[in-house]
Design a protein around this ligand. Structure first.
Ligand code: FAD
Length: 411
């Protein structure tokens, strides 16, 4: 087993590092700081001149959507190269993610027309999906969804409500799961629609998470804490908006979610935070007569978290390698989705412990450290164990698909 990257991959990593060292001038960094919403910067949210220019240079180098075929605007490259580029950019708080499971699902199940319409514009940043899967009745049991799409000639008319539709306020399209047949078993009557957000009948209402109560400082790792409720009132769409076959949306949606779990972002959210803490401790942390860098317990904790982060990274690379080789990918993404968010919780807890009781104060308290950044990060970290499939449900998938155990007996 060879864990090394190829010379070409190492050269690519160096090229990205050199690029960032040259391009992230103090003026660019100042714009990055001003635009920062805590989340890594995406080109769709960058309107200022220097950031626009930066993202254009990144795009010109072909670093967005590297693993997508050339005819759809990608580079026809391998996933590991894409990962290496994402890893380097993410360390500088920049993301070139295509935003969720829409793009991989379109590549796997879309028509030629859909691929040509969506993929180049997702790569260029002109299009951005939000994902409308979860409903008020529950997200873990997704197949019970009630949002209805009723056929009407060449069209479908959609009515229903979705919960936690993150980024709906800025997305151009929604990647929506709706029920198209109520007479068959629940997994078999579901379809996926790709719908422009400006279609009449769609309403977006903000839904703030605990991380934003009181309002979080801009610099939290988990962003500003906004997700959305979305309402669909007689939304009329042409049947060509369906991704894959009618009533076969369950398979397409699950596959897209699984593929989207394979990537640098999840691992890097945790690892970057780890690295930030180590840098903080190394450079500036001197709390009166307590210096965390010299405290044996804190040093052990940081070493332990770093080691856990490396496990996370290897799990990510393993999953990518399986997908790259066309292997069967069933539970690996779920295992990663358990490990990374829980590592994230442990990391944010470690820093608040280090800061003592003041580390628990939220934004607004006169005694809060760095506007309560670390306390807000603790709250934010719990979300990542829920969004994109909760860790409990992921554990169940590992037990069934990874360990071959029967379905759990509940109740
Ligand atoms: C910040 C945030 C962003 C999100 N963004 C999106 C988005 O963009 N698009 C979207 O569609 N959804 C999104 N979600 C929704 C997310 O996928 C769901 O919250 C998640 O699937 C759990 O669903 P639920 O909240 O309805 O909880 P429920 O399904 O009601 O579950 C409640 C609890 O019971 C546990 N549970 C349920 N069933 C089982 C089981 N079989 N075995 C073990 N435990 C179980 C769950 O793990 C959970 O802890 C987001 C959620 C959050 C918090």
């Amino acid at each position: 087993m060879d864990f090394a990257f190829t010379p070409e991959q190492e050269a690519l990593r160096k090229e990205v590092r050199d690029f960032l060292a040259k391009e992230l001038t103090p003026a660019v960094r100042a714009e990055m700081e001003a635009a920062n919403e805590g989340r890594p910067l995406h080109r769709s949210a960058c309107e200022t001149p220097l950031l626009k220019a930066l993202f254009q240079k990144i795009a010109d180098r072909g670093w967005v959507g590297i693993s997508y075929p050339k005819e759809y605007g990608g580079q026809g490259g391998d996933r590991i190269s894409q990962y290496l580029v994402e890893e380097e950019l993410y360390r500088e708080n920049i993301t070139v993610s295509l935003g969720g499971s829409g793009a991989p699902a379109i590549m796997a199940a879309g028509t030629e027309e859909q691929k040509r319409h969506f993929i180049p514009k997702l790569i260029s940043g002109e299009f951005m999906f939000c994902q409308g899967f979860t409903e008020p009745s529950g997200g873990a049991d997704l197949a019970s969804l009630r949002c209805r799409a009723v056929a009407d000639g060449d069209h479908f008319v959609i009515n229903g409500q979705k919960m936690y539709t993150s980024n709906a306020e800025s997305a151009t399209h929604v990647y929506l799961m709706a029920r198209t047949d109520t007479t068959v078993p629940k997994h078999e009557g579901i379809s996926i629609f790709l719908i422009p957000m400006d279609t009449p009948g769609i309403t977006v209402r903000p839904l703030w998470t605990i991380q934003n109560n009181p309002p979080a400082p801009q610099t939290t790792t988990y962003g500003h804490g906004r997700t959305n409720e979305t309402f669909y009132d007689n939304v009329r769409v042409h049947k060509s908006c369906i991704l894959g076959e009618v009533n076969k949306g369950w398979r397409v949606g699950s596959m897209g979610l699984n593929l989207d779990r394979v990537g640098a972002a999840r691992y890097l959210i945790s690892v970057k935070r780890d690295e930030d803490i180590v840098n903080l401790v190394k450079k500036s942390m001197d709390l009166g007569d307590y210096t965390p860098a010299k405290d044996p317990a804190m040093r052990d904790k940081l070493a332990e978290l770093w080691t856990e982060a490396q496990v996370c990274r290897l799990m990510t690379l393993r999953s990518m390698s399986i997908v790259e080789r066309g292997g069967k990918f069933t539970y690996e993404g779920s295992a990663e989705k358990v490990w990374a968010p829980e590592h994230g919780v442990r990391t944010t807890e470690a820093i608040t412990q280090m800061l003592g009781q003041y580390g628990q104060l939220l934004n607004g308290s006169p005694h809060a450290i760095r506007s309560g950044l670390f306390a807000h990060n603790v709250l934010g970290s719990f979300q990542s164990g829920i969004n994109h499939g909760s860790v409990q449900v992921m554990r169940d998938q590992v037990a069934r698909r990874g360990l071959g155990l029967p379905r759990a007996k509940r109740g």
